[in-house]
Write a protein that binds this ligand. Structure first.
Ligand SMILES: Nc1ncnc2c1ncn2[C@@H]1O[C@H](COP(=O)(O)OP(=O)(O)OP(=O)(O)O)[C@@H](O)[C@H]1O
Ligand SMILES: Nc1ncnc2c1ncn2[C@@H]1O[C@H](COP(=O)(O)OP(=O)(O)OP(=O)(O)O)[C@@H](O)[C@H]1O
Ligand SMILES: [Mg+2]
Ligand SMILES: [Mg+2]
Lengths: 257, 257
């Protein structure tokens, strides 16, 4: 059975997609088979892996909006990296976000569509849009654990609390046993010492043992890899960014078993 | 009559709120009266201006969801800066995003609520969430022009095209004469020369004369000002960030008259 992790944060630009893509690639490098589903209408998973934006067999939004239960694997496409499967960019997810509102049991559609996928992969990652709406909710209900990237800003920190509140609602009201894998500090710029100390202290005070040990530094190779449409491991395997995402994959293994 | 400018981009973290807050403050410094409405459920306008998160008289979401036409000024609160009025953080905007879907004429609710405000201020700015949904649509229909921040990344650049497509739909299908004030390059890091050249070239190729002359550099004072809850002009008036946002205010004046 696969471990399923949602990568979610309401704050925009904190590194959700950068984390989803490079964590997936790190797990594949460590020998795992990985399925990375992109629940964001921006469709940046495929651009970050320069996957030809060829349409998948079925867009993910069609799986979510189907009248009868579908299989998320209908939307799976092979990436250029052996062992890593993706979903194609799907602008229709923007429409699905609002159309899901009226559906009965709208939160559990993706969960029901993942039964087969869970038997086919070692790990499934779900990249979420910067909003706590129906798409993120579907990811949380389909996941065993949630990973919350947070950059070193007071604004991003505020958003983490909102997400953790939603996790409590998912556990209590929807009775889904969702773990918090942890809060991942991202885009940490060694030069901004006073801001890092201030926000770092606030993060420790607010989230204490939820903070992951792994910290992702600001590393221009990560942004350049994205522009080149490659994972950091294909683009610059001996960079600070590559080391950090390998460490994250290892920490995830330790925490989730 | 006020000039109304929406600050919108689907891509998260490109500097929409940083631009909204500091452009507003630059206009106030230049002697204008400004109303800055926060259409993002994150509510970061008030945190960036350390406005005590006291509730407004009426939350903005209540104005948008009212059965009969309301006045956006019912939601206005004074900021700490004379001449600048805001709306309070309103998590209810998350709910409003999906509830607006079913309303007749859902796109023009904010536009109708702004009639009085347009006579009271020199400029009205509308900060948008990182999503091309009902809230951003309401901002575009209420605005005379849209300002599109874009950081130096291929991913952000892709999102600009989506927004410009939406502008065409707003003009043609909804018959609203919306201008594009321009695409604003943000978070430009002088040290990443090759990425800037690559993305800069792609921006020029794709958006040519829509690119604003003003460029916002990466400036840690902007992030630190936000953490301190101040505009850049209160926090560090002689910084690169302050200069850039003054230049933006001046360029806006030239382009919009
Ligand atoms: N550690 C890092 N070092 C340098 N640049 C980074 C790092 N992490 C992310 N970035 C850059 O920051 C920008 C935002 O990252 P990304 O798109 O992954 O965030 P996101 O949370 O997925 O955004 P969105 O909210 O739009 O989905 C991108 O341009 C990316 O290249
Ligand atoms: N020019 C800049 N220099 C340095 N930091 C910046 C700059 N512009 C924005 N930032 C920082 O980048 C982060 C993202 O900026 P901001 O929150 O304004 O973007 P946004 O587009 O409003 O995000 P969202 O999509 O979540 O609404 C913030 O932490 C902010 O402090
Ligand atoms: Mg993303
Ligand atoms: Mg914002």
């Amino acid at each position: 059975q696969a471990r399923v992790v949602a990568i979610a944060a309401r704050k925009g630009g904190v590194g959700k997609t950068t984390t989803a893509v490079n964590l997936a690639a790190a797990l594949v490098e460590a020998g795992q088979s990985v399925f990375l589903a992109d629940l964001d209408p921006q469709g940046h998973v495929a651009s970050a892996l320069r996957e030809v934006a060829r349409p998948g067999p079925v867009p993910l939004s069609e799986v979510l909006l189907a009248d009868r239960p579908r299989d998320v694997l209908d939307a799976a496409i092979e990436s250029g990296l052996p062992g890593l499967w993706l979903t194609a960019p799907d602008k229709g997810l923007g429409d699905a976000e609002s159309r899901l509102t009226g559906r009965v049991g709208r939160e559990t559609i993706l969960q029901a569509a993942m039964a087969t996928a869970r038997t086919r992969y070692d790990t499934i990652l779900l990249d979420c849009p910067p909003m706590l709406g129906n798409l993120t909710l579907n990811a949380l209900l389909a996941a065993d654990a949630v990973l919350v990237p947070c950059d070193m800003s007071i604004l991003a920190l505020e958003g983490v609390a909102d997400l953790l509140d939603l996790v409590v609602t998912v556990r209590e009201r929807l009775r889904h046993p969702l773990d918090v894998l942890g809060v991942l500090r991202t885009r940490v710029d060694g030069r901004n010492k006073s801001l890092n100390d201030e926000v770092g202290q606030a993060l420790a005070d607010n989230f204490g043992d939820l903070l992951l040990d792994t910290v992702i530094p600001v590393n221009s190779a990560l942004a350049a890899a994205q522009s080149a449409g490659q994972s950091i491991f294909a683009f610059r395997p001996r960079s600070a960014g590559a080391d950090a995402y390998r460490a994250l994959a290892a920490e995830m293994g330790r925490r989730l078993g």
